[in-house]
Design a protein around this ligand. Structure first.
Ligand code: THU
Length: 134
């Protein structure tokens, strides 16, 4: 099923998720909300760790919540930071695994956003097909 994307609503959900960020080290709170093709929304925040490297980004928390609930068809993701920062490379690769054509809304704390896609953010990517066809 194809779901029309209410972009402002998705950004708002990501803003709400951002308030749950656990970011005592960087103090850089991030929120994300992913819309599935079925019309459900899963949100996430960044969760830092005293070991630093165990930190997980907001986008991956949201996407993994969707996947672990059995929803692999993703239509869009919104990510909110203080200054409209762009998703990190690891999160782009995770987005690409499940949704190479997904819309990515990159918002700041005021809710202003720009629209991109996974294909734009991660061109010429390594893909599941590369492994499955070898
Ligand atoms: N962070 C995210 O949650 N998503 C990104 O795409 C970029 C970075 C988090 C990780 C860390 O908790 C903080 O932002 C600073 O890097």
């Amino acid at each position: 099923m194809n779901t029309p994307i209410d972009e402002t609503m998705l950004v708002r959900r990501a803003m709400q998720a951002r308030s749950k960020a656990y970011a005592p080290y960087s103090r850089y709170a991030v929120g994300a909300a992913v819309l599935t093709m079925a019309g459900d929304i899963f949100d996430g925040c960044n969760i830092e760790n005293a070991t630093y490297s165990a930190t997980v980004c907001a986008e991956r928390v949201a996407i993994f919540k969707a996947i672990s609930e059995g929803q692999r068809h993703l239509a869009a993701i919104a990510v909110v930071t203080e200054n409209g920062g762009s998703p990190c490379g690891i999160c782009r690769q995770v987005m690409r695994e499940f949704a190479p054509d997904m819309v990515v809304l990159i918002a700041d704390a005021e809710g202003s956003y720009r629209r991109s896609t996974v294909a734009q953010l991660l061109p010429d990517s390594f893909a599941p097909e590369d492994l499955l066809s070898h």
